[in-house]
Design a protein around this ligand. Structure first.
Ligand code: MSP
Length: 499
């Protein structure tokens, strides 16, 4: 059996997730569900990134301890992910003891290998990113340095710290980015490569003095320091599948690891993560899947920009997870930012889910009940739809294997539109025995529903139940395997949204 390991970034639980986080998480969930559908042994992990100054300050503001805050918020994340039907196999928290053990083990290893040294640091810091910015990276507003992502003023920091010798990995990184095809889409690899070629790889600070940042994992060789939150966080991808304590589990999944991230954290997941892995003698990930932003009024959606769209508002508008998941995946774009508008969301929901898929299911269900009492038998499929159906199954697989969920969905919609047109042309309601037409339509619905299952699992299961088929691997049980349908109901899956 093939394995498939997929991760999301672990999110900062200083605030609840919004649709930007949902965008990433639903995408990872869709890939996880697709791989389960085609028979892979999947391990899908998400979680929360619980240490660091940002969390420490958020807790201070609320007058509670950071531990209380992260305990509360981790539950909140799980609640949101259940609202959205996120089928994670494991939820990792960086405050788990085995994770802390790995972080200490890794720090010690790098220290013993001479890759960590102590020196003074001075620079501009963005606490929202938990990152230092060099003069070529930050922007200036009124002559003062600001974070280019969050547009918030940077803080000046000066302290004794421990550095990781990232500079030693410059040639390694250039080679990886040029030759290894890990980063997808490839343009992001070029972006990082360009930056390294221009500025070189500079050593990074990987510790914080406890008097400033006490909420973190203690540096094992110096109790006056905590580990830099990004170094801590990245290691979740290893600790979450058992490294180094359960090497059997680790060896099973690690060769197939796919990290899904937004482009905001590309640098950490390439320059830093790949170098840390190299330093730890762990093979690099199979794929780093990078996507662009959801934007609102031209700005990346985020708490600091104040343009957040709440997950629950969308769930309320589209009634449950299906509509929200479908819309996000239909618009999903790895290369380009996507502007969120209610009009666009509504029109996708109405024209594709309600008028095309929902309408077809309803019409065919009603016809099967009325004309054949719900029992539809045939041994032949009408090639007018049978051929495009088989082609769609192939195109779907090709799109999904290339992480192009949006293209997979438009391909299914093309087929469903054809199926609606087929009913209009064949007029099965006028036929004495419309078995062949209805069987053909049911097969088309069945396989479209199976292909839609990773994106709209609840609605797909409802259709399967009503029309009498199972969600199974479509490449193992291809069209015409099932020769009889017992249609129970003609469900109304999606009610149109009035603008
Ligand atoms: N804790 C770090 C990640 C550590 S991973 C080892 C972090 N957390 S975060 O809460 O800020 O989440 C960032 C991620 O959320 C982005 O990389 C992206 O996946 C997702 N997004 C947040 N806002 C988004 C948009 N507006 N648009 C698209 N994705 C968004 O960074």
């Amino acid at each position: 059996m093939r394995t498939f390991y997929i991760t999301t970034p672990i999110y900062y639980p200083n605030a609840p997730p919004h649709i930007g986080h949902a965008y990433t998480t639903v995408f990872a969930d869709t890939l996880a569900r697709y791989h389960r559908l085609i028979g892979d042994d999947v391990f899908f992990m998400t979680g929360t990134d619980e240490h660091g100054l940002k969390l420490q300050r958020a807790a201070e503001k609320m007058g509670i301890s950071p531990k209380e805050l992260v305990d509360r918020m981790a539950e909140k994340y799980k609640w949101y992910w259940s609202l959205l039907d996120i089928s994670y196999d494991y939820f990792i928290r960086t405050t788990h003891d085995y994770h802390e053990r790995l972080v200490k083990y890794a720090m010690n290893k790098l220290y013993q290998d001479g890759l960590i040294y102590k020196a003074r640091y001075a620079g501009w810091y963005c606490v929202y990113c938990e990152k230092f910015y060099s003069p070529s990276e930050y922007i200036e507003i009124d002559g003062k340095p600001y974070c280019p992502t969050h547009r918030k003023p940077l803080e000046w920091l000066e302290e004794e710290t421990y550095y990781f010798k990232l500079s030693e990995f410059e040639d390694f990184m250039k080679d990886v980015l040029k030759n290894r095809h890990i980063v997808y889409p490839e343009s992001y690899a070029q972006e990082v490569l360009g930056k390294i070629e221009k500025e070189g790889l500079r050593d990074v600070s990987i510790a914080r003095p406890k008097e400033r940042v006490w909420w973190g994992i203690e540096v094992p060789f110096d109790p006056n320091y905590t580990v830099y939150v990004w170094f801590d966080a990245l290691l979740n991808y290893l600790s979450g599948i058992g490294y180094p304590e359960d090497m059997e589990r680790f060896n099973k999944y690690w060769p197939e690891v796919h990290h899904v991230i937004g482009k905001d954290i590309l640098w950490f997941h390439t320059a830093i993560w790949f170098s840390v892995l190299k330093a730890l003698d762990v093979p690099l990930p199979k794929k780093l899947l990078v996507h662009a932003y959801l934007i609102n009024r031209g700005l990346k959606i985020g708490k600091s920009a104040g343009n957040v769209i709440a997950i629950e508002d969308l769930i309320n508008r589209y009634r449950d997870s299906n509509g929200v998941r479908y819309i996000l995946m239909r618009l999903f774009n790895m290369a380009k930012d996507v502007e969120v508008t209610t009009e666009l969301f509504d029109s996708i929901y109405n024209s594709e889910l309600a008028d095309t898929y929902g309408n077809l299911v309803r019409r065919v269900g009603v016809l099967a009940k009325k004309k054949l009492g719900g029992t539809v038998e045939a041994d032949e499929i009408d090639e007018e739809l049978g051929k495009p159906l088989r082609e769609t199954l192939e195109k779907y697989r090709e799109a999904m294997d290339n992480y192009d969920v949006s293209r997979a969905l438009t391909t299914i919609m093309d087929l469903l539109r054809r199926a609606n047109a087929y009913i209009n042309e064949k007029r099965p309601w006028e036929k004495e025995d419309p078995s062949k037409q209805l069987y053909t339509l049911l097969e088309t619905i069945k396989y479209s529903t199976i292909m839609l299952h990773p994106v709209i699992p609840k609605a797909a299961e409802k259709t399967a139940e009503a029309l009498g088929f199972k969600i199974t691997n479509p490449y193992q049980e291809p069209p015409t395997t099932q020769t009889k349908y017992l249609v129970k109901q003609a469900p109304i899956l999606f009610k149109k949204i009035k603008p």
